[in-house]
Design a binder for this molecule. Sequence first.
Ligand SMILES: Cc1cc2nc3c(=O)[nH]c(=O)nc-3n(C[C@H](O)[C@H](O)[C@H](O)COP(=O)(O)O)c2cc1C
Length: 199
Amino acid sequence: MRLPLPTWQGTVSVEQAIKQRRTTRSFASRALNLNQLSQLLWSASGITEENGYKRAAPSAGALYPMDVYVVVGQHSVLSMNAGIYHYEPGNHQLSEVSKGDLRSSVAKASLSQMWMAEAPITMVITAEYERATVKYGKRGIQYALIEAGHIGQNIFLQAQALGLEAGIVGAFRDEGISDAMDIPSAHEPILLMPVGYPV
Ligand SMILES: Cc1cc2nc3c(=O)[nH]c(=O)nc-3n(C[C@H](O)[C@H](O)[C@H](O)COP(=O)(O)O)c2cc1C
């Protein structure tokens, strides 16, 4: 599924977004639109050079060991079915991984932080360590975790700039999340970020 093109102009300064950012744990039931989803995914992992492959967040050796998935609830993004989707930066599109509203299963696997299921979407940052350890050995794991932090902060600030808010969740059972989402076992979940309108 092709996403609308992202925009490079906003109305909130980076300073305002940093100042206002907070971890949010309650969300309005209002749906997002495809432009907002597109913008969030682009800020997480989108390609930011013309005719190139470099992305919004830095990556050690430009190896890009990270993948971003999005958990979409029922009636949560206009013109989109509920499901799990994988973001493909190269052509700025999403591919469907699983069908159905899996927000509650994901929240349960996150030590039952059920507030997560209120958010229309949750962005899931995963690492395929092998893509970094092949060059850097054990240090590649450290690099991938650092990259997850960069991606997470981009999502936080982009959400803020769109008038949305985000949460961040590191407390979850790895296998529980992988099973609920049905993602490849090599893509290890690192961070979960529910995003939506504030209440
Ligand atoms: C790696 C990491 C994991 C976190 N995991 C959770 C979590 O599982 N649940 C939660 O409610 N908040 C979680 N948080 C959010 C922190 O509690 C929050 O960032 C901290 O209280 C500071 O508040 P602020 O983000 O609003 O500035 C996590 C934050 C980080 C950076």
